[in-house]
Design a protein around this ligand. Structure first.
Ligand code: ZN
Length: 123
């Protein structure tokens, strides 16, 4: 999927996640008992506590029922999701919309309240 993103969008996403999410610093949440809560306690980009956000998305990588840690899981608040969407080119937004429509069969109501204007967030 990422290969379909424009070069400008790939660079903008890389810059956002490097500068704002600081993926390299998320290893501080690793623990021998793999507790999810510290990873998603705050928005990974703006540090707003998750329980103080109007909306948020959670992202993670799972193998079956096993969570793969570092740098995920993470939380992004709705404001940061909107900021990410604003960084993407029209080409990338079209590719993302096509990917979501082709691969996810959800009722329209599912997307109604998304802060990203009916478009699931890129995490
Ligand atoms: Zn945020």
């Amino acid at each position: 999927m990422a290969q379909e993103f424009s070069d400008e969008s790939q660079q903008a996403l890389a810059t956002f996640f490097t500068e704002r999410v600081r993926l390299n610093e998320r290893s501080q949440f690793l623990s021998p008992i793999n507790v999810i809560e510290p990873w998603i306690r705050h928005c990974a980009a703006c540090d707003t506590p998750r329980n103080k956000t109007k909306s948020f998305s959670l992202g993670g990588i799972l193998l079956g029922d096993t969570m793969i840690y570092d740098p995920y899981p993470l939380c992004l608040c709705g404001d940061c999701e909107e900021e990410i969407q604003s960084l993407l080119s029209h080409q990338t937004l079209r590719a993302w919309d096509d990917f979501v429509q082709t691969n996810f069969d959800c009722p329209p109501e599912y997307y109604r309240d998304l802060p990203t204007k009916r478009r699931p967030a890129l995490l």
